[in-house]
Ligand binder design. Sequence first.
Ligand code: 6PG
Length: 467
Amino acid sequence: MDIAMVGLGVMGRNLVLNMADHGFAVAGYDRDASKVEALRKEGQGKKVEGVGDADDLVAKLTKPRAVMMLVPAGAPVDSVIRDMLPRLQPGDLIVDGGNSHFTDTNLRTKALAEKKIEFIGVGISGGERGARFGPSMMPGGSKQAYERVRPILEACAAKVNGDPCVTYLGSGSAGHYVKMVHNGIEYGLMQLISETYALMKQGLSLNDDELHDVYAEWNAGELSSFLIEITADIFKQVDDKTGKRLVDVILDQAKQKGTGMWTSQDAMALQVPTPTIDIAVSMRDMSSVKAERTAASRVLSGPSHTLKRDRKAFLGQLRNAFYASMIITYAQGMAQLRKASQTYNYGLNPEAVARIWRGGCIIRAALLEDIRAAYQAQPELPNLLVDKKLGEQVMKRQADLRAVVCAAAETGIPAPGFSVSLGYFDGYHSEWLPANLIQAQRDCFGAHTYERVDEKGTFHTEWKSSE
Ligand code: 6PG
C-alpha cells in the first residue's frame, strides 16, 4: 500500500476514499473496529484496505513508509505516535493531518528527528465534503519529506483552474500555523456574517426566506464565498422534528474547539493586532453564558432593536460593510502570518497561502484571487489594506461600514465584529494615535520612560502631582 491512514473518523475515512479515487492504494486503521468495518464497506472495489491491527497496517506499506493520521489534536496525536514508533524504521514518515497546535508540532518534529523519523504537519480544511472530494491542504516541515507525499496530496486536493490547493508552505510547524490562522479568519468571517443576520432579523424583521434570498444574492456577486453560500442554504433547511426552519430551533450558544483562540493568543504574543478574530472568539464565549445573558436581559435593557431605515438602502450598506470587513479580516490574518513567518523562520510565501485558500477550504472566497494577485505584485506588502486595489475597495465602502456600525449602536444590536473591523481600519491609517498619552501615564505612575518626537533616546520626567 502507498500510504496508511490512522484515524477513520469522518475526515480520515473520506480522505482515504479520495486518495483511492486518485489511484493510490491506502490502508486505513482505527482502534474502533466499527470504523474499520465502515471503511471496508465504503472502499469496496477501490484500492482500500481496512486494517484492525497496527502490525498488519505497517507490514502492508511500501518502504520507506508513509503513515498519515487524522485524529483529534492533543493527546490522541501523541498516542498514535507512541503506537507507531516501535513499528517504524529510520527514514519512515509520519504526517499529522489534524488541527494540532503549532508548538506541539515543533516538539514532535524534534523528538521524531532524534529517532530519524520524518514528520510533517499538514493543516487540512474543507470538512467532510472537502476531505472526500478535494480539501485545501497546508503542509509544512521538511521539504524533502513533503516531496514524498506530494503526488498524493496534489491529486486529492481541490483544484482552482487546474491548480491544486496544496503547496509546501515552509519549515517546522508552518503548515499547522497557517491552518490555525485560516481558522482564526474563519471565526472572524462567521462572526461578521452572524452580525449581518442579527441586523437583518432583529433590525429589519426579515424572515428566513428573505434571509436566504439576501445571502443567495450576495453569493452571486463579489461576496461569493463558501461561508455565504452555506449561510444562504441554512435558512432553507427545515427541521424534521418540528417542521420549523432548523436555524430557529438551534440554541444560540456557539461551541469551539480552540483554534480561533490559539490564533488570538499567538497574535497577542507576536504583538499583531487581530481585533476581528479576537472579538469573534469573545462573542462565542459571550454566547456560551446563555443563563447569565438571560438573567441580565431581565434587568438591563437597551434601545428598541427596530431599525428605522429604508430596507433596500440598508441592505446595500450591509453588503458593502461586510465586504470591507471581510478584506479587513483577511488583512489581519495575513499580517499575523507575516510576523509569524519572520519570528518562527517559516519562510512563508503569502501569495502561495492565498492561492491554496482559493478552493477547498472553509474560507474560500472570490476575494482570495485579489489577495493572491496583491501578493504576487508585492510579496513584501506589509498589510493588505495598502494594496492599491484592496485599499480602494475598503475606502469606497467605508461610509457604509460606518453607517452599519452606527445602526448597530443606535439599535443596541451587538455588532462588535463590524465595530472593531472599522476600528482596525481607522487605527491602521492613523498617522497619529493617542498612545503618547499612554506613554505619559506609564512614565507618570511607573517611571517606564518615553521617547520624544524631537529627539532620539529614552526619557523620564518627575511628573508634577496636583496633590
Ligand atoms: C476546516 C475547519 C475545521 C474546524 C471546524 C470547527 O477548516 O475544515 O476549520 O478544521 O475544526 O470548523 O472549528 P471550531 O469547533 O473551533 O468552530
